[in-house]
Design a protein around this ligand. Structure first.
Ligand code: DHB
Ligand code: FE
Length: 427
């Protein structure tokens, strides 16, 4: 097996991982609804009717109606979620656990009083485990990263597009910088864009501040950031690839937050509009990846660059022949606050672009203070570009990159617009 999922070999045990979570998403969310007294009352009054309100598979509904927790777990349920269902029916954890063992309630309780189930006879088969580890075969076909797109994501660019202002003298030079890009992407539509962006106090408020968020859900609607949602499609994702990446990155020691349900703001939609233009539906799947750059401490450039390298390994170990692009968004220099608002540093921005191309490992060592002083407080968004750059094949020397397009313009609203397209030439 290409990823370490050897936990599947432990007998009588189902480990709740991203795959199980995707399978049981609605089942577990149904369970959560039972934390409200009003919902519990409706459920208990007519279980079938309440279950029918949820987009559950019949197997999932039947498992609950039969009180068959083994079946519910096989269907993606997790015991801590199912405990809410059990509580609504007056079941304790011990009653629920015991119900899965083929014992009566009394037999199970007696077993626990007697010291619990013995590990003897319940170990995994080490011969099977060794066979699983002794399978280093890389997948015969796998996903490849074919390129990277870097771009600023200013909300006013979205507004200019949405309100037909692209030909106005202020905006024309901005959009001209993306003419080549629109042709390039039309000729190189990937299967999946892994889109690195930052949420701007839209999906995540002050109650939760995750550093890295990987979207593992199936789709995400466009956010209303206060002016009504942009008139652009929501995104469809590739939850199977996202689950694979989650597993690979977390095993590589990147402690991600996995999010199945969220809205996506201008940080993600403006780059899509700049590249794909005005479309009914985005022409490829998009996996959202949010980086906290709103509240300090934010991740370092070095951490982002390493994450990009781990991301490449993750994508290339996925056993489907997908064409994947990694996009890094945000920046360039801008400061949206205080007496220094409006700061633009052309020299620093262009040196950043030069080093992003030719010396990304050196650029990754630049500390936050440098970004804040030289690119303005919001210029810190540029650390996200290092994730996309780290995922290119030249970083470990096995491949090469080629600059397809480079563009720089001041201003768009408060921001310097920077844009770069790299082709990733795999060996
Ligand atoms: C602006 C730029 C941003 O990157 C952003 O997230 C919000 C506003 C601006 O220049 O107005
Ligand atoms: Fe931004």
């Amino acid at each position: 097996m290409s990823l370490d999922k050897t936990y599947r070999l432990v007998p009588g045990t189902t480990i709740f991982d991203s795959e199980q979570s995707a399978k049981g998403y609605h089942l577990n969310q149904f369970c959560m609804s039972l934390m409200q007294a009003e919902n519990r009352a409706r459920f208990v009054a007519d279980q079938r009717a309440y279950l029918d309100e949820w987009p559950l598979r019949e197997e999932q509904k039947q498992a609950l109606l039969d009180r068959d927790l083994n079946a519910a777990i096989a269907e993606g349920g997790n015991i801590y979620f199912l405990a809410k269902w059990g509580a609504a029916l007056g079941l304790s954890f011990q009653q629920m656990a015991g119900s899965m063992t083929g014992m009566t309630e009394e037999q199970y309780r007696d077993m626990m009083v007697g010291g619990g189930r013995s590990i003897d006879g319940n170990r995994l088969d080490h011969a099977v485990l060794e066979a699983a580890y002794a399978d280093p075969e890389p997948p015969a076909e796998h996903a490849v990263i074919t390129g990277a797109v870097f771009t600023s994501h200013v909300p006013a660019i979205g507004a200019a597009l949405d309100h037909g202002k692209t030909e106005e003298p202020y905006w024309k030079p901005v959009f001209e910088g993306y003419e080549y890009s629109k042709q390039w992407i039309a000729d190189n539509v990937p299967d999946v864009v892994f889109l690195v962006y930052n949420d701007h106090a839209t999906a995540f408020d002050a109650s939760i501040i995750p550093t890295f968020v990987l979207g593992t859900g199936a789709s995400y609607p466009t956010a209303d950031e206060g002016y009504g949602p942009r008139p652009v499609p929501g995104i469809e994702s590739d939850p199977d690839l996202a689950a694979h990446i989650a597993h690979a990155l977390i095993q590589d020691d990147f402690d991600l937050t996995l999010v199945n349900d969220m809205v996506v703001d201008h940080g993600l939609t403006v780059p899509l509009s700049l590249m794909f233009g005005d479309v009914e539906k985005w022409p490829c799947k998009v996996i959202p990846f949010h980086v906290n750059v709103v509240q300090y401490p934010v991740p370092s450039g070095a951490r982002c660059f390493k994450l990009g390298q781990a991301l490449r390994k993750a994508v290339e170990s996925y056993g489907k022949p997908l064409n994947v692009q990694i996009w890094g968004t945000g920046g360039m220099s801008h400061q949206l606050q205080g007496p220094r608002a409006g700061l633009i540093n052309r020299e620093w921005d262009n040196a950043f672009l030069d080093r992003l191309i030719a010396d990304p490992a050196g650029l990754a060592q630049v500390p936050h203070l440098d970004y804040v002083e030289n690119a303005g407080s919001e210029g810190i968004e540029l650390v996200m570009w290092l994730i996309a750059r780290g995922a290119m094949g030249d970083v470990d020397g096995s491949g090469e990159v080629e600059v397809r397009h480079r563009f720089y313009h001041v201003p768009a609203s408060n921001t310097a617009v920077g844009h770069l397209i790299l082709d990733n030439r795999n060996p």
